[in-house]
Design a protein around this ligand. Sequence first.
Ligand code: C2E
Ligand code: MG
Ligand code: MG
Ligand code: MG
Length: 288
Amino acid sequence: VLQRALLSFDHILDVRQAHRRTETEIGADEVREALRSSQILPHFQPKICLVTGEVLGLEALARWISPVRGPVSPAAFIPVAEDHGLITELTLNMLDAVLRQMLEWQAQGFMPSVAVNLSALSLTERNFVDEIIKRTREAGIDPAKIVIEITESALISNMGAGLGALGRLRLKGFGLSMDDYGTGFSTTQQLSRLPLTELKIDRSFVSGAPNKTSLRTILASVIHMGGDLGLTTLAEGVETESELRLVQSLGCHQVQGFLLARPMPGDAVWPWLQENAAPIKVMVIGAA
Ligand code: C2E
Ligand code: MG
Ligand code: MG
Ligand code: MG
């Protein structure tokens, strides 16, 4: 029953979106309690290669099922955690859960890379990067299997702290991804100074691009620029087949989106793969 409840989390969220506005605001104490009692856990959304149709990795996304409120969107509780000094604890909890899950997958012979979302606010905390490195090492997981995602807008407004911290992570072998690219205002100079490995193109460029010439032009140039900079390009939020074909024809490397897979609990990933790896391959590259 719990499994089914978790699986339908994203569907429930859609339905509840309308109600949320009238609900009482989320308090810092609630989020703190949720963290301490492990109510906030990662779900995983596959990242899929547009050339081979293979699942190359997964993104860990925080999911909170409150005993009082039911499922709560990260868009609602992440800002509360950021405003009340809880975001670093949340991130490190997520990392621990991700590392545990990776060890379980490893035992099943499955070793995908996993992306963890990080708030730029944490980068100003001196011990934060050390903790990431230490916990990953203690788990015996290769840092090259972990991608750190940071939202463009937050990263650019914290460039000073960001550069040093990200440089250290990169030196240890962690992947570094600029998330929601196109929603911030990074200059080409900033892009070239950051030790990035991946560029995640914001959904706002992807959805609508098939029907709007100007969006398509921007999307094409962003994909080309990312590729020319030697970065992995990933289009996020692909919901339709025409969006999939468009980003594929523009030479984008990877996709994520509801068309291919929704975020799911860690336990569901391996069974999901058994059932869906082949059909996904067919959808992406066509029948061989
Ligand atoms: P994000 O990192 O850009 O994650 C992508 C979001 O888009 C996720 O929403 C995902 O469920 C959603 N998504 C994926 N495919 C599609 C699609 O085809 N269509 C649509 N409409 N949406 C799609 P989610 O999980 O609600 O997370 C929202 C944001 O909250 C994330 O955006 C990220 O910025 C933040 N977040 C989530 N988990 C964490 C976390 O552990 N730490 C931090 N710092 N932030 C997190
Ligand atoms: Mg992300
Ligand atoms: Mg994103
Ligand atoms: Mg986004």
